[in-house]
Design a binder for this molecule. Sequence first.
Ligand SMILES: *[C@@H]1O[C@H](CO)[C@@H](O)[C@H](O)[C@H]1NC(C)=O
Ligand SMILES: *[C@@H]1O[C@H](CO)[C@@H](O)[C@H](O)[C@H]1NC(C)=O
Ligand SMILES: *[C@@H]1O[C@H](CO)[C@@H](O)[C@H](O)[C@H]1NC(C)=O
Ligand SMILES: *[C@@H]1O[C@H](CO)[C@@H](O)[C@H](O)[C@H]1NC(C)=O
Ligand SMILES: *[C@@H]1O[C@H](CO)[C@@H](O)[C@H](O)[C@H]1NC(C)=O
Ligand SMILES: *[C@@H]1O[C@H](CO)[C@@H](O)[C@H](O)[C@H]1NC(C)=O
Ligand SMILES: *[C@@H]1O[C@H](CO)[C@@H](O)[C@H](O)[C@H]1NC(C)=O
Ligand SMILES: *[C@@H]1O[C@H](CO)[C@@H](O)[C@H](O)[C@H]1NC(C)=O
Ligand SMILES: *[C@@H]1O[C@H](CO)[C@@H](O)[C@H](O)[C@H]1NC(C)=O
Ligand SMILES: *[C@@H]1O[C@H](CO)[C@@H](O)[C@H](O)[C@H]1NC(C)=O
Length: 874
Amino acid sequence: MALLRRILYLAVCEVIVFDVALFQEPLLCNKCNCAVKGVEFIVDCSELSLKQIPSNIPENTTCLILKDNLIENIPAYIFNGTNLWYLDISNNSIKNLQTFSLHGLDTLISLDLHSNNINMEPSNYPIGVFQTLVKLQNLDISTNKVNVGSALSYPSNSFSDLTSLQTLKIDGLPTIQMGSGFSNLTKLIFLNFTGHCITTTIRNDSFINVPGLEILVLSGCRIRSIASFAFTMLYKLQFLDISFNQKLGFDAATLPLFNLNSAAFRILNVSAIVETFAVGVVVTGPQILRITHLNITELYMDHNRIESFDMIVPSMVPPTVKVLSMVDNRPTFGWYLLSFKGIRGIICLYASHQYTSHVPRIGSQITNHGHQTSSLHGKCPYLTDDDNTKNAQTESPKQNEGKSHENFNHISLFYWLSKREEDRANFVITLPENIQYINISHSKLGYPIPRMKFAENKLKTLDLSTNILNKWHGPVLGGENLEWLSLTNNYCDEIYFDFFRGMTNLHTLHIGSNFLAFDFEVDVNGSIFQPLGKLNTLDISDNKITVLPRKFLKAQTKLKHLDLSNNKMKKWTLDVDNMHDLEFIDLSNNSLSTLPSSLRWFGDKQHGRGNDLTINMLGQTLQCTCENIRFLKWMKTNTTQFVRRNEYMCEDIHGKRISLDNLEQVVLNLEKQCTSWTVMVVVLTNSLLVLLIVAVVGLLYRFRWKLRYFYYLTRSKYRRYMAVSGSVENSFEFNAFVSYADEDRQIVVTDMIEKLERQHGMQLCIHHRDFLVGEVIAANITNAVRNSKKTLILLTKNFLKSYWCIYELNMALMESISTGRNVVIVIIYEHIPVKDLPHELVQLMRNDSYVEYTDDPEGNIVFWESLTKAIKAD
Ligand SMILES: *[C@@H]1O[C@H](CO)[C@@H](O)[C@H](O)[C@H]1NC(C)=O
Ligand SMILES: *[C@@H]1O[C@H](CO)[C@@H](O)[C@H](O)[C@H]1NC(C)=O
Ligand SMILES: *[C@@H]1O[C@H](CO)[C@@H](O)[C@H](O)[C@H]1NC(C)=O
Ligand SMILES: *[C@@H]1O[C@H](CO)[C@@H](O)[C@H](O)[C@H]1NC(C)=O
Ligand SMILES: *[C@@H]1O[C@H](CO)[C@@H](O)[C@H](O)[C@H]1NC(C)=O
Ligand SMILES: *[C@@H]1O[C@H](CO)[C@@H](O)[C@H](O)[C@H]1NC(C)=O
Ligand SMILES: *[C@@H]1O[C@H](CO)[C@@H](O)[C@H](O)[C@H]1NC(C)=O
Ligand SMILES: *[C@@H]1O[C@H](CO)[C@@H](O)[C@H](O)[C@H]1NC(C)=O
Ligand SMILES: *[C@@H]1O[C@H](CO)[C@@H](O)[C@H](O)[C@H]1NC(C)=O
Ligand SMILES: *[C@@H]1O[C@H](CO)[C@@H](O)[C@H](O)[C@H]1NC(C)=O
């Protein structure tokens, strides 16, 4: 309300900023704080246990603060010669004022004498005491410590001198009677009796002499009755607060309002006007009828234990009401508050804290002085200044009446809830048509949220936190205008995938403190939040989440704030790459020990975009180990900010806790520790590798013949060997393959071909004659061995020196082994010491598979005989 906001405490001097100016004022400024602030010269002598008002007040002092001392009286003329604007002597022990106590204060604008011992006896306010205070605008003489005295009325003749007074805070006498002296206070607009108010009765003539009042606060008194014409003459009244008069009741409170005729009236506060434990408060039609004519924009009816309304009440609430506050009541029928469609103008509905216990919290506050309670709600966010000041006009009610009747399916939420499940689907719930803000938090609402549909509405903010809405099935349709939703702390453990389907414009969603982990963890495609593409703040803290699917928030490209605090995450798995606006992730109180590289890259990218990411990782133990050094180093780069990083703790390999206060040092130490470790790892891996290679090479070498044999064997299966000559006995193409060194070619060409081929008709395989041109030697050898019944080894020194001869020998040996035949026949052509012979050959010769060549003519014949025999043998 404009007036409330411009309430003028013109010369409120704030306490002392010393660095503004220091100067020599030897006497008083030695003791007190002195400062210059603009044109003000402030002398602050508070809390110095002063027993007297100092006499040496500098002449140019504008503000003198003497509060919280032990001053007992104000001597006459003490302020002679001062030019004060503001004087604060509150919270002292002053018992009375003398006629000339305030003499010399003719420039004073504000005087604060609250919390002293001056009671309302006329002798304490002698006539003429305020005579010089011709400029005084604000006077506070409330909350004087002792009782207000036996006085029956205010010493009005003394007050009559305060002709400039606008604001008066004063204690409430048992019967308020603003005497005729107050009629000279033509500027008085604000009267506040809250303080030490023991008023029980307000009479017809209580305010007759202060008709210009705009604000009247009678909160926290003990009022039982207000005469029916008590407010009639207050034709300028804008704001009336009669809250916290628990003996008053709705009847007595509304009666005088019927006769209030201020066109400017806007705000009525009738909170807590019933007993703390009143039973069955029903607001009746006649009671509301008494305020229907007032153009109220804000109506406060908190703490009234209202259980029900007459059916007619909603339609009688003044159509101008934009803010309705019903905090802390006991509506019997649950959500029917929402059905107040009769209140057409309502924009904000405050209805939190229903069914709260009045013991002991609110109860104790109520029995004390009312104003110790802090308001349970802030300012209605969708109310413009216009709404407050101008006479709120709504469209003709009749027109709207027609609208809501044209479809009988439009029903109130309460009625709807009373329907059977299967019937509900046919109904559309109607909200008051202008409502934009509803707060029903802390209200013990206990329903699963079923499929439901709201008729066209303008609702933007809905707070349903701290209730027991424990299953969110939905979909809740008709929430297209909803921007802000809280379902925090609802014991919810079940959310359906299309619950949010009808809320596509939501930008803030709070669903912390529930049990949604399970439903979140299985939502691998991000279906739950799929419709919420405009979300910029998401709070899913305290939901017992251990892991989130990678794509869980894939539709949230506009997200700025993500709150995942107080969960149980051990690992960051969420993909946030598409959230280019992301600024803040709260990960405090989880069980993370590090952040993965994907998130680090994301942080760097955000930094690159000039949109630094901030992360909160308080309340968990990070890892200070070699594996995690990358993370710590990244943290150090500051591309991503960390909230209160110096308070983070981490744990090293040995479980020792280290503070990250000095991150540089931690990283440095770790680096040192890890390089030696790295070297060790490198050396170890390398030597392992070497060992492995050696082993493999060794194995290859050991089985080289076998490997080659099988290699060429396999190969020849695909390439058929073409025999040059005709067929031989059995399946072999050759009777024998002759393996010899080229130097020994002579004996083969002359003797062997002659003796064996010509004389015995054998077919020999001789490499220089029979090997296929164009085929690999090794393959030729294998084929030769395979296709010959025997292999003759012409053992000479040259043979042993020849690579290919040894190769042939080995292939032949392999053939023996693999076929089980006796393939190899060794012809000892030259004598060679056993030590020079290959191991395999010695083995073979031990088995007698050899023939010794000799030049001796007889021996020669025997040689060829036994050779032929050996070849023919199996
Ligand atoms: C007030 O007077 C004192 C001397 O009495 C002077 O030092 C000081 O500057 C004056 N302050 C102002 C704000 O004029
Ligand atoms: C009143 O002043 C005394 C010191 O004299 C101080 O301890 C006390 O806190 C003050 N009371 C208030 C309400 O400021
Ligand atoms: C205060 O001023 C008045 C006149 O203005 C004078 O009569 C009186 O003696 C002064 N008192 C002191 C204590 O200075
Ligand atoms: C009100 O003020 C007038 C003159 O301004 C004066 O004559 C009259 O006595 C005052 N009334 C009271 C009750 O003091
Ligand atoms: C009335 O006075 C009380 C006590 O000083 C204060 O708490 C309250 O805010 C005042 N009311 C208004 C509307 O200023
Ligand atoms: C207030 O005035 C009305 C009419 O003038 C009268 O009927 C009523 O009794 C008066 N009430 C009190 C408490 O004086
Ligand atoms: C409220 O406003 C209407 C329309 O401006 C006006 O007719 C009516 O008199 C006002 N109510 C009061 C009590 O002034
Ligand atoms: C209404 O009264 C209650 C109780 O005194 C108070 O907490 C609340 O702030 C008041 N509201 C307004 C708007 O003054
Ligand atoms: C709803 O009311 C509660 C309790 O008064 C308050 O804490 C909360 O901030 C309110 N919600 C909104 C959105 O204003
Ligand atoms: C990062 O920020 C910290 C604290 O704000 C600061 O001490 C440090 O020098 C910064 N490091 C870099 C690399 O900018």
